[in-house]
Design a protein around this ligand. Sequence first.
Ligand code: DGJ
Length: 734
Amino acid sequence: MKIQASLLPALALLMAQPVYGEVVDISTPGTSLILDAVKGQPLKILYYGAKLSDADKGMLDVAGGMNLNAYPVYGLNPQSEAALSVTHTDGNRTTDVAVQDVKTSTDKDGAKVTTVYMTDTAYPLNVNLNYRTYPGQDVIETWAEIENGEKGTVTLNRFMSGYLPVRYGNVWLSSLYGTWADEANLTEEPLPHGVRMIKNKDGLRNSHTSHGEVMLSLDGKPRENEGRVIGAALCYPGNYKLFVDTDDSNYHHFFAGINEENSEYHLKKGETFTTPELALTYSDEGLSGVSRNFHKWGRKYRLHDGDKERKVLLNSWEGVYFGINEEVMAGMMEDIASMGGELFVMDDGWFGDKYPRDVDNSSLGDWVVDTNKLPNGINGLLETAKKNGVKFGIWIEPEMTNTVSELYEKHPEYIIKAPKREVVKGRGGTQLVLDLANPKVQDLVFEVVDTLMTKYPEIDYIKWDANAPIMEHGSQYLTADNQSHLYIDYHKGLIKTLDRIRAAHPNVTIQACASGGGRANWGFLPWFDEFWLSDNNDALQRVYMQWGTSYFFPAIAMASHISASPNHQTFRRIPTKFRADVAMSGRLGLEMQPRDMNDEDKAICRQAINDYKKIRPIVQFGDLYRLQSPYDKKGVASLMYVTPEKDDAVFYWWKIETFMGQQLPRIPMAGLDPDKTYTVTELNRIDNEPLPYEGKSFTGRYLMDNGLEMPLTYKVDYNKNTDYASRVLRLTAK
Ligand code: DGJ
């Protein structure tokens, strides 16, 4: 229809003053998300941000809200981006959904779920939009369910978890990018016109190159402890797509969900497709405020055993690589025990009978002990661990096999492979990925873990690795017409398997490792207790990687190990004190051969472990305040953790550059109670003399207004001075 020019102002007025129907208020203690659900009309989103009073809620219509479709669908007015695009049974590519009903229910953990039921106006296709809130949490999880009530198969071309319009303005995007050994670099940019997209297509791992989480700062250049910020985390272990479309309207349009490329989904009659959750949060306390919201919610409701302290461990990988044998393992257990550690983890290289795993080109799938290396098997290792008073953990890579393996010889049909193509091989020139879309492979992976845990119930920790992407698009299990389901069905299969594993073995700690930091995503963490952040343990680079990772993930989940100097990736030489001070801001561990350490280094590690145990509850359960970003290039980075009661805190300060005449900023602290008095104790102290404020007390107000002056070097014997300096201070309220 062509609209007469004279009618345009009247139409504009009509559009500016929409008629509101049933207001659906998805509130959390500090935020409001307001929807307008009028029966027979499209669902509208009116507001997302700081908590609204009832009075202000009632004024949204005259104030002028966003009043945009809460879950835009494709077809009518197809110029704009959509969250859902469907081809109906009869080939019609348009969808038009209208509200039928709104219901609330109580979910697991006392969470409240609000569901808006919508149906296509011409087809029996239901789209239910869900919003979950938890008591005391400022995070809203949203996801969609698409139910096919049509007579035949419906094809889903796009199926996002959620959409959020953000008022056009000086909005900045913070996100993480990287690569192997250089994960989680922070990038901050004003949103450009057009589309800014973040995506993943690895198939298996999804946080090496870019991360499925972002922050949107609404008040210009992002600040750590001030300003309005929206955070969004897609909780999905597979391929994802997040994008912001800044078009000619007054909005930046944010979408997040499964990456639909090469993944169109055929939904059979009667079937329902459920998208993964998109977790949204908002804070007016800057980026750190959003991080605290994610951490608090994640520890309580997403991370496996997020309320249990994590042990201090030694992992064998960088210490001995494939050089595993009984004597070496026993030595490592003895050494970590003598330094106060609580757990020893035997990494890659312990298995394989017909094909022993001596390098990375064989044996995955053959999860039997190599008795040449370990004549007394796992039981022997468990006994040695017990003798030393430490727990024992083990490495596996259950989603994989090699062309050189007994598993592959028996079951070549289990691997991911396209017909008529040579199989594409990965690590070691032989690695292959098992097809978890296949229920038989799901059983196999379950049995790998179940057998290990049933035979050796004393295993305390599993490092679950995944060192390959999906290397060719082909499932030997899926039918020819459903090959596009591979990426999605792989992860459905993985989740099913993880559910079974956790039902049978709820207490074993499991680390999500994937060639370093490939699996740092909330979509994995319901089954995993932590993730390996990177194969790069260089403490200087870790300051940056851990900084970025802390935007979305709490320290309890972030494994952080003291490794050898020179570092195995960067070859940088960093003193043990600095390496320890960086590692003890996450889940502390060691990643080296203690037999290669001198007595002084061992003493520093012993002290770090001892000191870490004292502050472990603050680091692992406290509130994070990032203070000085390494990305600001001020020569120093600093952050702190504070208990929720604000009675105990730990402050980290790392000098990341050294120049003579350097003027480093003094760092005001944050998160303390201004009226409490805190006594300062330095941890990991190496100086001959204590700091001038050691044992002295300051009000929280003084510390937050001024901070404390940090000396640039240590008071140590001349030959022990280095170009690195760092401090860890504990602040205990009286
Ligand atoms: C990759 C992991 O990131 C490393 O920590 C180590 O476990 C190796 N795999 C073992 O192959």
